[in-house]
Design a protein around this ligand. Structure first.
Ligand SMILES: Nc1ncnc2c1ncn2[C@@H]1O[C@H](COP(=O)(O)OP(=O)(O)OP(=O)(O)O)[C@@H](O)[C@H]1O
Length: 303
């Protein structure tokens, strides 16, 4: 189990993280979300032992994760970190990068393991291509595979699919997270993307104001978002009569006490997002067709 107890950290005088505590069980997928600058990457760096905490402690099982003050070499065998900088070796091939830390004593096993990982990150046809010629997204996938090569007990992922195009993202995400679950590898993933969380994360931490605002199952947070920050992670929402209401929970109706005027319709694929004025407040809702500008409408809340 990963046990983070009451850690605090600052780069300068201003604290970045204050009194952070949480746990992650073996094989669990824990997502860390929060606005840009909220400290997600800093937290991952602390978990990895890249920096020394000012206060508190971090344990993986019985090993305390210590920073550079106590360790000549940063990092631990059982933990891998895929940061935003991939730190790959540009002049050797994709397969060589992945196999770099695998033993040469067992060439057949090394070959099979490399092939397995190439499949997980959907890069099989790039096995013999030099890394320097790859795109950003392809490099990100090599970095993921390399981190998995020696099968860590815990992996830290910072925006793991940020460079990957939408076309590949969905299947790659399923492939990587399924692999981690099957191997019972604990995964801590920092992300902006709700698609990295929904359907994959067992728990979700929201960082805000240097602290953990909430730590719960994504379903629980989705069903009952306590703050606009949490709701905004899941999608378009409104605050109507002091309640957070998602855009899909607002519907058109014949007559109601929620009288609004249409401002704009945005094509969103299988629906239109309608922007309207409701008692001088903006309201957003989903509708199957475009609505005429300035049209008077009545709304109901279906939540
Ligand atoms: N090396 C550093 N030295 C000083 N301050 C830093 C350093 N790295 C980050 N910070 C500051 O710490 C805060 C948290 O940064 P961090 O990168 O952890 O946030 P984040 O949530 O990962 O952001 P993003 O989502 O944009 O990647 C920010 O205010 C940032 O300016």
């Amino acid at each position: 189990m990963l046990k983070v107890e009451n850690i605090s950290f600052s780069y300068t005088k201003t604290p970045v993280l204050k009194a952070i505590s949480f746990e992650a069980k073996e094989g669990e997928n824990l997502a860390i979300i929060g606005e840009s600058g909220s400290g997600k990457s800093t937290l991952l760096n602390l978990l990895y032992g890249e920096f020394d905490v000012n206060e508190g402690s971090i344990f993986w099982k019985d090993t305390e994760i210590l920073g550079p003050k106590y360790n000549l070499v940063v990092g631990y065998e059982f933990m891998k970190y895929v940061s935003q900088e991939f730190n790959l070796m540009p002049f050797i091939t994709v397969a060589e990068n992945i196999g770099k830390h695998l033993s040469n004593f067992f060439p057949e096993e090394k070959k099979a393991r490399t092939a397995e990982l190439l499949e997980v990150v959907e890069l099989t046809e790039f096995a013999n291509v030099k890394v320097k010629t790859l795109s950003g997204g392809q490099k990100q996938r090599v970095a993921l595979a390399r981190a998995l090569a020696k099968e860590p007990e815990i992996i830290l992922l910072d925006e793991p699919f940020s460079h990957i195009d939408n076309f590949q993202k969905q299947s790659l995400r399923r492939s990587v997270f399924k692999y981690l679950k099957n191997k019972n590898i604990t995964c801590i993933v920092a992300t902006h993307d709700r698609e990295d969380v929904l359907g994959f994360a067992d728990c979700m931490i929201v960082l805000n104001n240097n602290s953990i605002a909430v730590n719960d199952h994504p379903e629980v947070l989705y069903q009952n978002p306590k703050t606009p920050l949490i709701a905004s992670f899941f999608g378009e929402f409104n605050v109507i009569k002091n309640k957070i209401i998602y855009a899909h929970q607002v519907k058109l109706t014949e007559k109601s006490n929620l009288k609004a005027t249409v401002i704009q319709s945005y094509f969103k694929g299988h629906y239109f997002l309608i922007e309207a004025n409701l008692e001088a407040e903006k309201v957003f809702f989903q509708h199957h067709s475009i609505l005429e500008k300035n049209q008077t409408i009545y709304l109901k809340i279906t939540a």
